[in-house]
Design a protein around this ligand. Sequence first.
Ligand code: AMP
Length: 457
Amino acid sequence: MGGILLDVDLRHLYLLDILVLTRSEVHVNLWCMKLQSIRGMNDIAPPESHIWGKIEDAARAVCRAAGYGEIRTPILEPTELFKRGVGEATDIVEKEMYTFDDRNGDSLTLRPEGTAGVVRAVNQHGWAIQQSILKLFYLGPMYRHERPQKGRYRQFYQFGIELLGVQDPLADAEVISVGWDLLKKIGIHDVELRISTLGTDSCRKPYFKKLTALLKENMDLVPEDFKSRIEKNPQRIFDHKDEKAQALAKKLPLLLDELDEESSQHFKRVQEHLHSMEIPFVVDANIVRGLDYYCHTAFEFTTNSLGKTQNALGGGGRYDGLVEMLGGRPTPGVGFAMGLDRLALVLQEASSFGGVRPDLVIVSSGKESVSVSLKVARELRGRGISVEVDLEGRSMKAQLKRANKLNAQYVLLIGEDECASGMAILKNMETRSEDSIPLEKLTAQLLEKFVESFHQE
Ligand code: AMP
């Protein structure tokens, strides 16, 4: 039977295939191989996906309230966009992008982040010229070829907002507040907001020069993988993970201590606005950014809930040079991106979302009862109430058991006896109380009940 199967990983075959394989009918069963998703790319299904849905709903609600409209950009963009928009000297562009040539030989890349695509769209359609302020948000998958581990994946999801056209520190504070409000709305309380400033060119350039010189003097203490970055962005030594680098960073001067007047005023105003909005924060000089077009505010939301390594839930800052860098008119911008996978992990671990429970399970028996239950279920679902009905003709006992398992808030009993008496029984599964409802008034009375109980929540 030749060696056709030598490259096949046997763990991916069903037991049946393996049994059959031993009988040498190999070629037919290659088609039965169990396929796997790509490493670092996950399926998100119920009950987990309910948590994701809630986070996305909350993100949309927070954005709607603050006046941000949704933008959906393509997942594939020209590679050049990220080289310019994220920066050639970054880990993302150097090592992590999914880049390939398409059938025309054009180099394309699966987006590793959202801002570059948004700014490309803004420039392409001239939106920043048509409107003085643009407020946009996005939600969607991003791709980075990183080492997969808990909280770090190769396909992951980001929610992000971009506020374009406003130079005032009020914009920085508003953007931060949207992120903060989302975290609170979804119930993540173990979160710290860390802020810093990257200043402007006029203080950053001389500071970088000084830092580069100091690093060169201490070359033996500089980690090997950082040596090539000393010229491009010496400040990144502050967020280098290596212990030696961290020890060295502690001895270096901080940009925070060398700000010019404009930078220090901007930073002060951001802090004042955060105080006015009662958003707590700490100033952390270790928050830096990799590229020239970042300036002034940089911030991060971190948590202790996910351990030490993947503790960043989101981060952002001001990027006044980016629109111009991507071919648009000079336009200030500020924004952030949050990792939905990490938000979902925190909520899952804290069990803050106890899964999704139906509002009502209808337990029916007999032809008449089934047709009433279908009609009522459709009417209530049309009003946004979640209703489960029996689809398998199970006994009332089995249906009740399922209602318990689903953790339903209410159960409506419409058995043959109830049909005969013209009265259904509504059980509140929390208080164990029961009400009788005339069959002809079922929908109206149930609606009343649900409006009442939604009000109490
Ligand atoms: P960044 O675009 O690198 O500033 O990341 C913003 C946020 O996206 C981070 O704080 C994380 O929450 C999330 N994130 C970034 N990379 C990944 C990844 N590989 N897997 C999961 N989440 C990520």
